[in-house]
Each structure stands twice: as structure tokens, then as C-alpha cells.
Design a protein around this ligand. Structure first.
Ligand code: C2E
Ligand code: CA
Ligand code: CA
Length: 627
């Protein structure tokens, strides 16, 4: 924004010569006063200071006059104290502050209301002043002239008030002087408003209307220097949309932006009045809460719970969840960047634990050092002691609900290990390398099951998950084939699932292994399709036998047209490649019916059964057979 003074209509020598006629002040004095005010405006001095200078200048030009400038606040629709000449007492200023414009509110309130000058020749008898007669007497006011201040579009900026201790009616020259000072005051207020708006915009995220990083930094700096926050512990919260990249791919950028707006709105609504809520980066938001850990955590948990309800994007419901990291933060002692880094680390942990949850930084550190080590120990003990006891979950044909296979899902048995979910121990197993031994146990379990329960299984296949760490080890194909032979199991009874994201890494030994497995007769499935951003064309090199569409597609399905469209796309892609498709995460009969109507052949999910121990799975199968 340009810092030069706005042009005044009364600035040239002709103006000076005319103003000279209206006042007894010397011309240079008037010019210097006007110049001083405009310089204050241009220098961005506080508005009250500039308006006070104008009021004092006016009092000087018109002896025995008392001047006040009120500023209109559009937000509260009220007149706030702006600047006053020396002859008005502080009590007068306080009393008038916050006055609402109205049809009979003295001369200033009425002038603002009518958007017209109001001259009260004698306030003692003027009906506009009836409620304020005593007030006027207290401050020695007899005459009052009020001139509304307006911007170039005629919008109200404030009111210039002039008061006299005697009955006065303005002459034509008086009115010209009044207009001159009102004009100066209008320039000051309008300039200040524009400046404030620019400052606000520079601290606002244009997309979501939340604060931006700059505001975050300023608020943090302000808190650090604020005596009220010395020694006070607050919470810094980082919020991150889960699977945002997926949403972006599915919705397209325009609607993904709209999704972010909805997330911002709901977050603002739920968090209410907090020191700060800002968009940090892409799909990340930062909030500062005054509460400490426990309470802050509960508030953030409430926020996350609010997203169980879908948001509406382009008229359709979309389910989105957030992962949150909370850090205990003393603004005065911990640099913002350090707090942000810790919050991000906590978010990472929340993501690793399965998303849609809050992790407090201290806890995440502990989880990392002790929890992580603890899980690793329990896991390696469970593997060594043969306590890997997978569960089975049926995959059914949608047309008649008949099971066609079971997916084998790792579970640990015994003591503390039994309580750990695969979404926790599988990533840790992958990090530590234990996944190779774990995967081997699961594979042996599957072979044994196929061999020992051939009859009860009635020809059903088993699906087994393979990690990329297993795939990249030399000789996996040969060892797996040897294992199958040892158990007398036909390789085509096993479908090996590889997640789409890991498929991207398939290269070198992994490719040889996949090729070897395929040639040996094992079947291959692409797992969690839709989350890894690969295209089916990339997978063409090794032919797939099955495509498993990720649960997030099915979840969106129950939400109307958009979700259905997404499911159609997934199905169409698979069809184009001639691969049978399994929809994951089917939880309701409606979803099952919808998927069937759309042409999906297979489904898996709680609607038919949760994963269950082997014996229960076999009993479940028998009951089905009998029915
Ligand atoms: P996944 O391969 O996508 O397995 C499906 C997961 O979805 C299972 O979680 C299953 O219990 C859950 N699920 C099935 N139907 C529904 C439903 O209707 N609604 C909901 N909300 N969830 C449903 P689980 O057993 O906790 O396994 C989590 C992940 O851990 C698996 O996801 C897989 O990636 C991994 N995993 C499990 N066992 C193994 C294993 O032996 N080896 C490897 N490498 N990974 C495994
Ligand atoms: Ca799987
Ligand atoms: Ca899956």
C-alpha cells in the first residue's frame, strides 16, 4: 500500500486563501496544521493520536468550540471514542463511547443515523437531546453541531462533533470550516481502516479465512512477551487431515479446497474462542489453547469426534478424519519452532497408530522409546514362542453371500501381547525387520490350516498379507513353494496380498519374487487399492488375480452420489484390466446391496463377520453350509 498522503481537495494555495477567510488563524499556521495531520496519517500513527490532533487543530481554529471525533465500528454498529480537543473532559469521552446511532440519540447519534448533519441550536429544548439534558448541562454544552464522516462510497466512518457553551448557529463560513475538519478526519479514518484491513489480510489464510503462519508467529511472539503468560503452560496443537492426498485425488483440487474450508469451519466452531487457529500448511492446522495437557487433549478429542459426522462438499457428504499432536508449551520459554517440531512428531505417531487420534508429545516420546521397545520385545517373544495366532475373516460373493476365501490377519496370543492390534505391531515389525519372521509364521499357519482343515474349508482359498520386507528377500518364491509342497498344498489355494503403496517399491529382487510366486501358481492381490496413488498400468508387468478396494471407498459409498461415483471409478479401472474386485470394509447391508448393484463381485467386512479364531471361522462356515 502506498504510504503517500491521500490528496486533499483543500491543499493548494487557493484552499489556503479561502480557509484564511473563514478563520482568524494565520495562513501558514493553518497549512502547517493540515500538513502535520496528513503526515501523521501517512506515517500510520495510531488513529486516536491523529484524530486528537485534528480536534485540537479545530479548537484552535474556532475559539470557544469543543471538538470530538467519534469512529463508527461496523462490527458492533456503535460509535467509539476517537479523538478529542483539550476542552472536553475524559468523563465526557467515556460516557459517549459505544453509543449506538439512532433517530433520537443527541446530535452525534442522530447524525450518524441520518447520515446528515444535525445542528442542535439549543440542546436544552431540542427533542433529540431530551434523554441527555442533564449530561449536556454537566459538560456545559448548549449548542451541538454534528457532521457525519463518510468514505468515498458514502459509507459511514464516524461523526465530527462540535459543541458550544452558548447558543450558536453556524454561519456559511463556519460550515465550510466544519467540512474542512470533517474531511481531514474522514481521510484519517478511511486510511486507518484500509491499513487495518490490509494488516488483517496479510495475516489471514485466503482459502479458509483462518489465520496464517504469520499470525501464528505474531501471536506466539505476543504471548512470549506478555507478562500474563510468564510461567503459564498452554497447549500447542497440530491438526493434520488423514489421507488428504487421497481426498485430493478423488475430489479434484477445487473440491479438496472446499473440503479444507469445511474442516476449518468445523474446527473453528468446535474450538470456539482460542488464542489462535491458523492454517499452517496444506492440510495442516495449528491451534493454541490456554488449557494444559489433560484438558487440552480432551478438547482436541472432542474436535476429532465432531468429524464422525461427514462434512458436506459440493452438496455431497464426505467423511474426513484428523490426526492431532498436542504439546505442552510455555510461550515465554520454549521457542515456537521447537513446539511445532514436537507437535509434528506427535502427529506422526498418531498417524502410525492408525490416524484419527490425539497423541500428546510427552506420551509419544515415551511411546517411541519405551512403548516401541516394549512392543518389539513382546512381538519377538510371541514369534519365538509360537504365539502368532492369526484370525480369519471371510471374503464373500456378493450375489449369494457365499464365502469364497478367508483373509488371514495376524494376532498375538498371551499376556500383554494379546492386547496389541496389528495396526500397531505390524508397522513396528516392519521397522524392526521382525516382519520377516512374523510373515513366515503367518504363512506357515496358512499352509497348516489348508492342509489340516482341507475338508472343513471346502475348497476355500486363504489370503495372506505379504510385506515388502519379505518380498525383497532373495528366494521368497522358492521357500514359499517348498513350504507348500511340504504341506501338500496347491499354490493356487493361496492369494498373496501386497498393498498398493508397497507395490510402488517393487523392483529388483521383489519383482523376481513376484514373478517366481506367480509362475509357481500362487495368486496375487493388490491390497488397499486407492490409497497408494499408483495406476493400474504400473502393475501390468505382473498380472494380478484380485484387486481389493480400500475401506475408505466403501465408507464414502454410504454417503451419496460422490462416493458412489468413486466406487464406480475403482470398479471400472479393475474391469478394464479384467480383474475380480473385492470391496473392503463392508459394514452394513445397505453397502453390500449397493456394491452388488454396482457390479462388485466380492466383499469383505464386519457385515458378514469380524476376523475370528480358526475354530470359530470353521464353525461359522459350517453354519452357513447348514443354512
Ligand atoms: P488389511 O490387510 O487391509 O486388513 C483388513 C483390516 O481391516 C483388518 O484389520 C480387518 O480387521 C479390518 N476390517 C475388516 N472388515 C472391516 C470393517 O468392516 N470395518 C472396519 N473398520 N475394519 C474392517 P487388522 O486385522 O487390524 O489388520 C490391520 C492391518 O495390519 C491389515 O490391513 C494389514 O495391512 C496388516 N496386517 C495384518 N496381518 C498381517 C500380516 O500377517 N502380515 C502383514 N504384512 N500385514 C498384516
Ligand atoms: Ca490385506
Ligand atoms: Ca486391505
Amino acid at each position: 500500500m502506498s504510504r503517500t498522503a491521500p490528496a486533499l481537495s483543500l491543499s493548494a494555495p487557493e484552499a489556503l486563501t479561502s480557509i484564511e477567510r473563514w478563520t482568524s488563524l494565520p495562513a501558514e499556521h493553518v497549512l502547517a496544521g493540515q500538513q502535520r495531520v496528513l503526515e501523521m496519517v501517512a506515517a500510520g500513527r495510531p488513529l486516536a493520536e491523529t484524530l486528537t490532533a485534528i480536534a485540537e487543530f479545530a479548537e484552535e481554529a474556532i475559539p470557544s468550540m469543543m471538538a470530538s471525533v467519534l469512529v463508527f465500528d461496523p462490527q458492533t454498529q456503535s460509535l467509539r471514542k476517537g479523538g478529542y480537543g483539550r476542552s472536553l473532559s475524559p468523563q465526557f469521552q467515556e460516557a459517549i463511547d459505544g453509543m449506538k446511532p439512532g433517530p433520537d440519540v443527541g446530535s452525534c447519534g442522530t447524525a450518524a443515523y441520518r447520515s446528515q448533519r444535525v445542528i442542535s441550536r439549543d440542546v436544552r429544548v431540542d427533542p433529540l437531546w431530551t434523554p441527555f439534558v442533564e449530561f449536556a448541562a454537566m459538560h456545559g454544552i448548549v449548542s451541538a453541531w454534528s457532521t457525519p464522516l463518510k468514505d468515498r462510497d458514502g459509507q459511514l466512518l464516524g461523526v465530527f462533533g462540535m459543541y458550544y457553551g452558548e447558543i450558536r448557529e453556524p454561519s456559511a463560513d463556519d460550515l465550510r470550516l466544519v467540512d474542512h475538519f470533517s474531511h481531514l478526519a474522514s481521510i484519517a479514518v478511511e486510511h486507518w481502516r484500509q491499513d487495518a484491513e490490509l494488516k488483517r489480510q496479510a495475516r489471514q489464510d485466503m482459502l479458509t479465512r483462518l489465520g496464517n503462519r504469520r499470525l501464528l508467529r505474531e501471536v506466539a511472539d505476543g504471548m512470549a512477551g506478555d507478562p500474563a503468560y510468564q510461567g503459564v503452560t498452554c497447549a500447542l496443537v497440530m491438526l493434520d487431515c488423514d489421507h488428504f492426498k487421497l481426498h485430493n485425488d478423488l475430489l479434484g483440487q477445487r473440491l479438496a479446497d472446499e473440503l479444507l474450508q469445511r474442516v476449518a469451519e468445523r474446527s473453528r466452531e468446535r474450538l470456539g474462542d482460542v488464542p489462535l487457529l491458523a492454517r499452517f500448511d496444506g492440510d495442516q492446522f495449528v491451534a493454541i489453547l490456554k488449557e494444559r495437557n489433560g484438558t487440552a487433549q480432551r478438547r482436541v478429542e472432542d474436535l476429532l469426534a465432531a468429524f464422525r459426522e461427514p462434512v458436506v462438499v459440493d452438496g455431497s457428504p464426505v467423511t474426513v478424519s484428523l490426526s492431532a499432536g498436542v504439546v505442552e508449551w510455555q510461550p515465554a520459554t520454549m521457542p515456537l519452532d521447537e513446539a511445532l517440531a514436537q507437535a509434528m512428531e506427535a502427529v506422526e505417531v498418531a498417524k502410525r497408530l492408525g490416524r484419527d487420534r490425539v497423541v500428546v508429545f510427552g506420551d509419544s516420546e515415551r511411546a517411541r522409546s519405551t512403548g516401541h521397545r516394549h512392543v518389539t520385545r513382546l512381538l519377538s517373544e510371541a514369534i519365538a514362542e509360537n504365539r502368532v495366532d492369526p484370525f480369519l475373516q471371510p471374503i464373500v460373493r456378493l450375489s449369494d453371500g457365499r464365502p469364497v476365501a478367508f483373509e488371514v490377519l495376524a494376532r498375538l496370543r498371551g499376556g500383554d501381547a494379546a492386547g496389541i492390534s496389528p495396526s500397531v505391531f505390524v508397522p513396528i515389525a516392519e521397522e524392526s525387520g521382525l516382519i520377516v519372521a512374523l510373515g513366515d509364521s503367518v504363512l506357515r499357519f496358512a499352509m497348516r490350516t489348508l492342509a489340516e482343515h482341507a475338508l472343513s474349508l471346502q475348497g476355500l482359498n486363504l489370503n495372506v498379507n505379504l510385506s515388502v520386507r519379505q518380498l525383497t528377500r532373495d528366494g521368497l518364491a522358492d521357500r514359499t513353494l517348498a513350504l507348500a509342497r511340504e504341506h501338500g498344498v496347491a499354490p493356487e489355494r493361496l492369494t498373496l496380498e501386497i498393498t498398493e503403496s508397497q507395490w510402488l517399491d517393487v523392483d529388483g529382487p521383489a519383482r523376481d519374487n513376484l514373478q517366481g510366486l506367480k509362475e509357481a501358481g500362487f495368486r496375487l492381490a493388490l491390497d488397499d487399492f486407492g490409497t497408494g496413488y499408483s495406476s493400474l498400468s504400473r502393475t501390468q508387468a505382473i498380472p494380478l488375480d484380485q484387486l481389493k478396494i480400500d475401506r475408505s471407498f466403501t465408507t464414502q459409498l454410504s454417503l451419496g452420489a460422490r462416493g458412489q461415483a468413486l466406487c464406480h471409478v475403482g470398479l471400472a479401472m479393475a474391469r478394464a484390466c479384467g480383474i475380480p474386485v473385492v470391496a473392503e470394509g463392508v459394514e452394513t447391508p445397505e453397502q453390500a446391496a449397493q456394491l452388488r448393484a454396482m457390479g462388485y463381485q466380492f466383499g469383505q467386512g464386519y457385515h458378514w463377520s469380524r476376523p475370528m479364531p480358526l475354530e470359530r471361522a470353521l464353525a461359522w462356515l459350517q453354519r452357513r453350509e447348514a443354512a
